[in-house]
Design a protein. Structure first.
Length: 104
């Protein structure tokens, strides 16, 4: 288990090193919107240990250009190229944000 945990809006997520730098679309969503992966939600158990919530089945993602967290199945993520989506609203195919997204 990776030790890296990130905080986002006062929730903790275990960082998934293999997914952390990528951008993805969610296969089951009807709209093509790029998301980045926060990681697996973790909660503190009665011993103060960080354990996976939902048995690690779900991965928390955030839409590019938004900050709402969505839980999706890891198998539902499809990797996309950086630049294949709008850096402003995150939509694949939107012509507005053709420039490269800046890393925060
Ligand atoms: Zn756009």
């Amino acid at each position: 288990m990776s030790a890296a945990v990130r905080m986002w809006k006062r929730r903790a997520y275990r960082v998934l090193d293999d997914l952390d730098d990528g951008r993805f679309v969610v296969g089951s969503w009807r709209i093509g919107v790029a998301v980045s992966v926060l990681g697996v939600p973790v909660v503190e158990d009665e011993f103060g240990m960080m354990v996976d919530e939902h048995d690690g089945e779900f991965v928390a993602v955030v839409m590019v250009g938004d900050d709402a967290v969505h839980l999706v199945e890891r198998d539902d993520l499809r990797a996309i190229e950086r630049g294949a989506y709008c850096s402003c609203c995150g939509q694949v195919g939107c012509a507005w944000g053709s420039e490269q997204e800046e890393d925060a």
